[in-house]
Write a protein that binds this ligand. Structure first.
Ligand code: OGA
Ligand code: NI
Length: 364
């Protein structure tokens, strides 16, 4: 997440979405209005339920007692989820509801503060930490209907302490507690993912070194014309794993691209949404997919998500794992590279579907 040279980037006027709707609730400025082709085809929620077109649900309580029938059945479900969807929800994940609700509360309090207060933690052009809009690199680039607040969490070297807010008073404490729990969850999930790929349990953990963890809070205010805008542009995540928490009673907002159709992800109570990032796609030689996703907004309701990105240390060399490559039947699809270089590449380009991963693809 190294910053880019700021002087070379002209981003133009970036309106703060919460301020926009405060003063002109029915107006959507031109810079937020998307071309028709960008808005895309959506399977309605009703239809998705009937078609069982919902992302799989993995019950982590079934994975806590290893190696009985339930365990292997759940691992199989996990493996299918990662192959077919790149997304799943986890239930019975063991993280206390108080920890989850607490971070939601401080995040909401943060976004509710006056703009001058939030502006004390600015996301400078070309950087991805702080308050503002990330991934904007030109004056004519369309904006997302979203305010973001992002922070590097671990290891300590990626933190920018000036951006950790002093208000709300319990923000840092709450985020630290939450992040510890999510880190443990990511480690657990990576073990199960390793098992599902036929690898030894510690395989990812051993190669990741001191894993990088960052958090982004996305606040999507209501929009008078939700059909004209996007909450968050289509992208895949550069991480290994992403953990997405949708605030309690959230409306549907996240959509994933499946068979050329945008499928809404219906939040389940107390569940977390997990997705495979580009890094696991590469390490698994494409067996597990980092799937393109986006967020849409709602006419009446706001939406808040807290998103954790978990990735290998920047020093780590990434390439398809030798156990998962076979010259005859499954040739290597990605080149080897340094994870820090990929992260830099990822944050220095606008979000554009799965384009970032061209960086690693071996083209025949
Ligand atoms: C992200 C993301 C979706 C959402 O932050 O990378 O995909 O619903 N967010 O907030
Ligand atoms: Ni994402």
């Amino acid at each position: 997440m190294a910053p880019l040279p700021i002087s070379s980037i002209r981003v133009g006027q970036i309106d703060d979405v919460q301020e926009l709707i405060k003063f002109k609730p029915n107006k959507v400025p031109e810079r937020f209005i998307r071309e028709e082709y960008e808005r895309g085809v959506v399977v309605s929620s009703l239809k998705t339920q009937h078609l069982h077109h919902q992302i799989p649900v993995i019950d982590l309580s079934k994975l806590s007692k290893p190696h009985n029938d339930d365990f292997f059945f759940e691992i199989l479900k996990l493996s299918q989820a990662c192959e077919d969807w790149g997304f799943f929800q986890v239930i019975n994940h063991g993280i206390e509801v108080e920890v989850v609700e607490d971070v939601e509360k401080v995040a909401k309090e943060f976004f509710d503060m006056p703009l001058e207060e939030k502006k004390k933690y600015p996301m400078e052009p070309g950087t991805v930490q702080g308050y503002g809009q990330a991934f904007i690199f030109s004056e004519d680039q369309k904006l997302d209907w979203c305010n973001m607040f992002a922070l590097g969490v671990h290891p300590p070297q990626i933190r920018n302490p000036k951006l950790w807010p002093s208000k709300p008073a319990r923000f840092s404490e709450s985020l630290e507690g939450y992040s510890k729990e999510i880190r443990e969850l990511c480690k657990r999930l990576l073990k199960y993912i390793a098992i599902s790929l036929g690898l030894k349990e510690e395989r990812f953990e051993e190669m990741f070194g001191e894993a990088v963890q960052a958090v982004r809070m996305n606040y999507y205010p209501p929009c008078s014309s939700p059909d004209l805008v996007l909450g968050l542009s289509p992208h895949s995540d550069g991480s290994a794993l992403t953990v997405l928490q949708q605030s309690k009673n959230s409306c549907v907002g996240l959509q994933i691209l499946k068979d050329n159709t945008w499928v809404p992800v219906k939040p389940l109570p107390n569940a977390l949404v997990i997705n495979i990032g580009d890094t696991i796609e590469v390490l698994s030689n494409g067996k597990y997919k980092s799937v393109e996703h986006r967020a849409v907004t709602n006419r009446e309701k706001e939406r808040l998500t807290i998103v954790t990105f978990y990735a290998p240390n920047y020093e780590v060399k990434i390439e398809p794992m030798s156990e998962l490559v076979d010259d005859e039947t499954n040739p290597c699809k990605y080149r080897s590279y340094n994870h820090g270089d990929y992260s830099y590449h990822y944050v220095s380009n606008k979000l554009q579907g799965k384009k970032s991963l061209d960086f690693a693809k071996i083209l025949n």
